[in-house]
Design a protein around this ligand. Structure first.
Ligand SMILES: Cc1cc2nc3c(=O)[nH]c(=O)nc-3n(C[C@H](O)[C@H](O)[C@H](O)COP(=O)(O)O)c2cc1C
Length: 273
């Protein structure tokens, strides 16, 4: 067997920056090793692992300490089956022993307002939905790092937004709570290991002092070449990254039902003023 490539080459292919990762200790290695995993063993998580992961999630920053997020932990196989269907028939939702649903949650603050007889009109604005979504995402990513440090694996499931009202009904969500994304959690089936997926060269995403769009074209072209090799190595049909992302954003129809998100959010109790 050949030696695995250094982490920076796994992350960027031959367009890797020359960097010394040693200053960051184990945490930098952990960050650069991240992989979304879609093949799981049925083994459950050890006692206390869920609560440890949530402690890490709750340690993320949260806008104004509002903590407008929550999470539903789903272990019941029948419920995971139904959620797998709702998320576009994603088999890994069925396979992983734990499914976490990360929520933007205004219900708690609405309830405090109702209990005190005070208005919560500020929650009616789009800004406050963004706060909930940002809070949920920061918490979830802390959870990913924690579970990876514990030898577990995960994959986010944005497919859960394909049918938001049905997901809300399945999870018993009250008005003002929106499932931002799901997350499969479990032990990777090492018979089908996931690879580190290369990212855009830093020249495309890192701008010094002022933003530049023209500077990105050569970086994107280089990345298309790196990803063409990656896809071929995975036996995947995509010719390159640009073609893949264009298929995703071509039209409203290519959003798998999420083109009606404004309507769905209003149905779920977010006025979006
Ligand atoms: C918010 C979000 C939603 C995602 N939704 C899905 C999904 O529904 N199904 C899936 O298999 N992967 C999903 N992913 C995983 C991405 O496809 C993955 O992160 C990306 O291809 C990069 O690969 P990596 O995480 O292995 O580096 C999602 C990722 C994010 C951040």
């Amino acid at each position: 067997m050949s030696e695995p490539l250094p982490l920076l080459n796994q992350r960027y292919g031959d367009l890797a920056p020359q960097l010394d990762l040693s200053a960051g200790g184990d945490i930098l290695q952990l960050l650069l090793r991240h992989r979304s995993v879609r093949s799981y063993l049925p083994d459950p998580l050890p006692e206390g692992a869920l609560e440890t992961i949530i402690a890490a999630a709750q340690s993320a920053s949260t806008s104004s300490n509002l903590q407008v997020w929550s999470v539903v932990a789903v272990r019941d196989p029948a419920r995971r089956d139904r959620l797998a269907e709702l998320a576009g028939k994603q088999a890994h939702v069925r396979a992983a022993p734990l499914f976490l649903v990360w929520l933007a949650d205004h219900a708690r603050l609405r309830q405090i307002g109702a209990d005190r007889g005070q208005t919560t009109e500020g929650l009616d604005y789009l800004e406050m939905l963004l706060v909930g979504v940002i809070d949920a995402a920061l918490a979830a990513q802390n959870a990913v790092l924690a579970l990876e440090a514990m030898g577990l694996a995960s994959v986010y499931i944005g497919g859960l937004r394909n049918q938001p009202e049905l997901v809300a009904a399945e999870l018993g969500l009250p008005k003002g709570v929106f499932a931002v994304f799901g997350m499969c959690v479990g032990y990777e089936d090492e018979q089908h290991p996931a690879q580190v997926k290369p990212r855009l060269p830093q020249q495309a995403v890192l701008h010094l002092e002022q933003y530049s769009l023209p500077a990105q074209s050569p970086a994107v072209a280089g990345y298309d070449r790196v990803m063409a090799e990656f896809y071929a190595g995975q036996g995947m049909a995509q010719p390159d990254w640009s073609s893949t992302v264009m298929a995703r954003v071509r039209s409203g129809r290519s959003l798998s039902g999420r083109d009606r998100m404004t309507e769905a959010l209003r149905n779920l109790g977010f006025p979006l003023r």
